[in-house]
Design a protein around this ligand. Structure first.
Ligand code: SF4
Ligand code: SF4
Length: 68
C-alpha cells in the first residue's frame, strides 16, 4: 500500500489556467482537468505515488498525499 495524490479542490486554481501538476506528472493521463468543476482530478488507479505533483503545487498547496 502506498499514498496517492488527492486534489484539495478549494485550493486548486486550474479554472484560472494552472496545469502544472498535469504537465509534470510522469504518468500519462493520471491528472486530468475537470472542465465542469474547474479543478484537477487524480485518477488514483494510475498514480504511482511519486509526489512530484505535490512539489510543483507548492505555491497553492492544492495536492496532498493520502493512503488508499
Ligand atoms: S498545480 Fe495545483 S493549483 Fe495547479 S492545477 Fe494542479 S492542483 Fe490545481
Ligand atoms: S504522485 Fe506522481 S504519479 Fe501520482 S499524480 Fe502526483 S505526479 Fe502523478
Amino acid at each position: 500500500m502506498y499514498a496517492v495524490a488527492a486534489i484539495i479542490e478549494e485550493a486548486c486554481i486550474a479554472g484560472k489556467g494552472c496545469r502544472l501538476c498535469m504537465v509534470y506528472c510522469p504518468e500519462a493521463d493520471t491528472i486530468l482537468y475537470d472542465p465542469i468543476r474547474q479543478v484537477a482530478v487524480v485518477k488514483v488507479d494510475r498514480c504511482k505515488g511519486c509526489e512530484l505533483c505535490v512539489l510543483v503545487c507548492s505555491k497553492h498547496h492544492a495536492i496532498q498525499m493520502v493512503h488508499r
